[in-house]
Design a protein around this ligand. Structure first.
Ligand code: K7E
Ligand code: CUA
Length: 658
């Protein structure tokens, strides 16, 4: 009997799965009329928005212009990027350090722009690493990753990195519950209920510098935290997390974590948690996590291993966490611009529940509870519910807002975006996506002040949209004009990696702050060479340090002799240019490494261990001038124990030695 039920559920689940690629009608003739004009940005003209798109399993973040869909930049975050030397140069290697050592890849799902007073302020964008839990901060003055912090007590950092309305905190919830780091993790997997815990991390962000620090964590029951969003306005001080697998299953989750009719959205009173921290209720626990920062002064990263975290126990402190029942494995958890409405999207639900912050507060005051879940009070569904959107579509995932009282929800299974009114919960419009849509983005769509011009859908499967490219096809983004009553598809374009969440900001907000060069006089790199005359080659035991400069169109020095087998050669290349957009590159034959791409005024280091005797050319990889192809040199490598003296030169045949 039990087995039959199990099988029935498996079949139901696979029936739903087989729906995943359902092709909407009229897929090919969906763009019409003036659509092309609306996405057209003439050559030489700028886009209206920057779009920061997560790269999923590429571990990077990509930046597109909207509405043109033009790719402007790929920012390396959690994955090495040979194009920019990210993770290959000595200066950037520490950025990818973790308590497990260097982890050169991750899975970035969500981007979140910093906010002030609930509005996008254009200073930083954050990203999450799912696999080896980390949060990154990218500085939008340089479009570079400035900081990465690892999260202890966590695994699968998915409900992250969402921020509070003044960027007081970047918040992260663990997808996988695991035994706490300071407990014995060598336990039976079937002891999930007793030994596995879910931790929420509150990462403080310095108002001026953006510098992150892990302020505290909250220990919660072992469930899967999926997504989250901060309260805003009236609900500022609260955070909302969707939880699935409240069955606490540890195997065949597609069946075993889909048993209950309702899972939860967990409401967290983080202001209250702050009070408990102040009152000394946090327990210091021994953990190990890396905190990596990049300095624009030394042009170098440092990695520090941290060893302690403050943990609050939600079960002991009864009034920081509350469970709100939410139908069928909720995924997206989104808060409207007023902060009153919290939308939960049950992946297997046929409706969208909308919760009311006021009602949640009243329910807590009245103790309108339905018992407890692992020591956390469970608020009665009806006591928290504002209402349900009926028959909206199949497989709701994520919701964004336009600030005009409307919500837009993506439906993975029925491949569509549905616009509905938050007050009366009536469906107003629906538009097909091609195909299975995940996240949506409206510029400012999770802030207090959205700009309701465009909506972008990020799709998982493109099927027949683009020219085929072997077994794997490109994923896609589709832009809709939402300035009218009806959504109008105006463009689609392929994306890099797998796009999940994305955010967009007005172009002016970002472009006005751009760093164009680094001042050479302010370069504090240990191996900076601030003029050609200072360039030199220095031997320290078997280490050879090349203090090299680059300027259009030569390196100094450009010939080096006296390097021997068994040496480690460090090319410290300083780009002496002080003009915008004049990087130089550097590469040497046979290096088991990537290139360096060095910005004006910056120093970067390539480590090279020559493996054989001979002549090794080096050259500039970036087409920097008409005589770029002349920007080259040679390194002579001699046998171990050879008496060839160390020599270096530029522009003469009688080389000097040191
Ligand atoms: Cu829905 Cu990882 Cu935010 Cu993808 S997640 S879609
Ligand atoms: Cu420098 Cu090409």
């Amino acid at each position: 009997m039990k087995k039959n039920m199990l099988m029935a559920t498996v079949f139901a689940a696979s029936a739903l799965l087989s729906l995943q690629a359902c092709k909407p009608k009229n897929a090919s003739n969906a763009v019409s009329g003036d659509a092309a004009e609306k996405a057209y940005v003439a050559p030489g003209k700028y886009d209206a928005y920057y779009n920061f798109v997560s790269g999923g399993f590429s571990g990077q973040m990509s930046v597109y212009g909207l509405p043109s869909g033009r790719l402007l930049r790929v920012i390396p975050v959690f994955s090495v990027d040979p194009e920019k030397g990210w993770g290959y140069s000595e200066e950037t290697k520490p950025m990818l350090n973790t308590s497990h050592g260097m982890v050169p890849w991750d899975d970035l799902h969500h981007t979140e722009l910093s906010q002030t007073n609930g509005e996008i302020d254009g200073r930083w964008v954050f990203g999450n690493a799912n696999n080896t839990p980390r949060v990154a901060r990218i500085d939008l003055k340089t479009f570079r990753t400035a900081e990465i912090i690892e999260l202890p007590n966590s695994a699968g950092n998915h409900s992250s990195p969402f921020i509070t309305e003044n960027t007081e905190y970047v918040v992260a919830g663990t997808r996988f519950s695991v035994p706490s780091d300071n407990s014995n993790g060598d336990v039976g997997i079937d002891t999930y209920k007793e030994n596995f815990k879910g931790h929420l991390s509150f990462i403080g962000v310095d108002k001026e510098t953006g510098k992150m620090s892990l302020t505290f964590q909250i220990r919660c029951p072992g469930v899967n935290f999926d997504l989250s969003h901060a309260g805003k306005g009236k609900s500022h001080g609260w955070f909302f997390f969707s939880c699935y697998n409240t069955e606490q299953a540890n195997t065949l989750l597609e069946v075993n974590a889909s048993q209950k009719d309702k899972d939860f959205i967990m409401a967290v009173n983080w202001k209250k948690a702050e009070e408990y921290i102040k009152a000394g209720k946090g327990k210091k626990e021994k953990v190990k996590y890396a905190h990596n920062t990049y300095s624009d002064e030394t042009h170098s990263a440092t990695s520090k291993i941290m060893e302690e975290v403050l943990v609050l126990d939600a079960e002991e402190l009864k009034d920081i966490c509350y469970m709100i029942p939410c139908p069928k494995s909720p995924h997206g958890c989104d808060v409207d611009p007023t902060g009153e409405y919290i939308v939960g999207s049950g992946k297997l639900a046929a409706l969208i529940p909308v919760f009311s912050f006021d009602k949640i507060q009243k329910a807590i005051a009245d103790k309108a509870y339905d018992g407890e879940y692992d020591g956390i009070p469970v608020i009665k569904y009806e006591a928290a519910l504002y209402g349900e959107v009926k028959k909206p579509g199949l497989g709701p995932l994520h919701t964004e807002f336009d600030g005009n009282g409307n919500a837009y929800t993506s439906f993975f299974v029925s491949s569509e975006v549905v616009k509905w009114n938050i007050k009366d919960l009536k469906v107003l419009d629906r538009a097909s996506t091609f195909y299975s849509v995940g996240h949506l983005c409206i510029p400012g769509g999770d802030s207090k002040k959205p700009s309701p011009n465009y909506l972008i859908a990020y799709n998982k499967i493109t099927k027949d949209r683009y020219l085929p490219t072997g077994p794997e096809l490109s994923q896609s983004a589709q832009i809709f004009d939402i300035s009218g009553d009806k959504m109008q598809l105006i463009l689609d374009f392929p994306t890099i990696g797998e796009p999940h969440y994305a955010q967009a900001a007005p172009a002016e907000l970002i472009s006005k702050n751009q760093v164009k060069i680094f001042k050479i006089a302010e370069n504090k790199h240990k191996y900076a060479t601030k003029g050609e005359k200072e360039s030199k080659v220095v031997r320290e035991g078997n280490q050879v340090h090349v203090y090299m400069t680059s300027i259009r169109s030569h390196f100094s020095p450009d010939n080096i002799e006296g390097v021997k087998i068994g040496d480690e050669v460090y090319f410290h290349v300083t780009n002496l240019e002080q003009d915008w957009d004049v990087p130089h590159g550097f590469a040497v034959k046979g290096a088991s490494n990537a290139e360096l791409l060095i910005m004006p005024g910056e120093t970067a280091t390539l480590k090279w261990v020559p493996d054989r005797v001979g002549m090794f050319p080096m050259y500039c990889t970036d087409f920097c001038s008409a005589l770029h192809q002349e920007m080259q040199g040679y390194v002579r490598v001699s046998p171990k124990g050879s008496s060839v003296p160390l020599k270096f030169s530029l522009g003469n045949t009688s080389a000097s030695a040191k």
